[in-house]
Design a protein around this ligand. Sequence first.
Ligand SMILES: *[C@@H]1O[C@H](CO)[C@@H](O)[C@H](O)[C@H]1NC(C)=O
Ligand SMILES: *[C@@H]1O[C@H](CO)[C@@H](O)[C@H](O)[C@H]1NC(C)=O
Ligand SMILES: *[C@@H]1O[C@H](CO)[C@@H](O)[C@H](O)[C@H]1NC(C)=O
Ligand SMILES: *[C@@H]1O[C@H](CO)[C@@H](O)[C@H](O)[C@H]1NC(C)=O
Ligand SMILES: [Cu+2]
Length: 399
Amino acid sequence: MLLFHAVTAVHLLAARFVAAVPVDAAESPAIEIDPTAEPLDALAQLQQQAVGLLEQNESVTKRAPKGCSLATTALRRDWEYMTKVERKAYISAVQCLQKLPSKSDPTWAPAAKTRYDDFVAIHVNQTMYIHGNGLFLTWHRYFVWAYEQALRNECGYTGYQPYWNWFAHTDNIYKSPVFDGSDTSLGGDGEFFSHNGSLAGASTIPIPSGQGGGCIKSGPFKNMQANIGPIRPGMQGITDLVPDITVQNHRCLRRDLSSYIPKKWFTTANLLNVTIGAGSKTHKLFWTEIQGRYPDGFLGLHTSGHYTMGGDATDLYSSVNDPAFWLHHAMLDRMYWIWQTLHPSEANKVAGTLTLTNKPPTRDATIDEPLNLGVNGDTKLIKDMFNTLGGTPLCYIYA
Ligand SMILES: *[C@@H]1O[C@H](CO)[C@@H](O)[C@H](O)[C@H]1NC(C)=O
Ligand SMILES: *[C@@H]1O[C@H](CO)[C@@H](O)[C@H](O)[C@H]1NC(C)=O
Ligand SMILES: *[C@@H]1O[C@H](CO)[C@@H](O)[C@H](O)[C@H]1NC(C)=O
Ligand SMILES: *[C@@H]1O[C@H](CO)[C@@H](O)[C@H](O)[C@H]1NC(C)=O
Ligand SMILES: [Cu+2]
């Protein structure tokens, strides 16, 4: 595992000095990965393939007019492979955003008190128009980017947004460096709170309770306070619900780490299906598969991450309250980036309508749809978000 990561990093560094070999075919290459491989190894191979393709692509190896190329790009890294000093710098920046005052119009979002809350507020406000529809992947890509910008520009962070590798520590989520409760984690499990599990997948897929459910009990976000939500949590037994961002609910953040989900859903089969298998062949298939097929009882990788965190992170509206939300969504974005790189002829497409599972029915989304981040960023279009090396404004890849 370590070896794969080291190889990828060296490979990438080499790309900064090696001349590019042009490739002409826009077809995705045939990639063979042993379906019995461990999920982490399969993912490392996919990552290497993606980086290899970029290294051969002249339009990203040459310094582009927009100033973004493989030589200048930011690298978003696996939390596990960041140093303790780097992790602490990230954590401090998040805590800084949680202290800075909100910029939102107080008549629009009276519950938003901090800059962190501004991100929660716009997500709540946009929930019905950014999930289960054509905006899902690109809106959240832009959302994570804008948060990374806020950490850097408003809180002095000099690194980039890390990701939580879903496929690591699937046998013991409590050992994940993201959730182990140490001072270099995003906080550990919640205090024990007796409840009847969670209902995922639009309340159709029951998830058993873990050992938590209450306030985060260790790490830098111990007893962290949230102001917005919960609105519609999947975790059962939560009674302090609020209707929207007009009602402040100052409270601790709840977690209920699930050891059930990672084993069941973060599998090689599910990873390969969305990247090189039947679920990867078109944008629409990828978009469907990664979000889940709830009527089939299939949770999908995105929802699985939310329900691995449990607690507040199971709220479709206000899951952003959990600071691990961003590491989870960076991982989702990494899957999208790997998939796009492996499927260039499908990479700039959009699927779905403008509403959550098309209720109420709306027209199909186009690539010119605006992405509204409120006070957190200028309005951009779906098509501005396709290329993470496009420079308008994105310039990053995953390591
Ligand atoms: C090379 O990169 C450009 C810009 O990102 C992209 O449009 C194109 O599809 C890529 N070509 C291949 C073969 O991946
Ligand atoms: C979101 O905010 C807009 C104003 O910017 C408001 O008109 C709309 O009702 C809000 N929607 C929700 C669901 O809060
Ligand atoms: C707990 O949830 C399960 C699954 O939704 C349900 O079958 C059961 O009746 C619930 N039990 C209680 C005590 O609410
Ligand atoms: C792979 O994805 C396709 C498309 O969504 C789906 O029909 C198929 O059932 C998936 N296969 C597995 C093994 O999950
Ligand atoms: Cu979301």
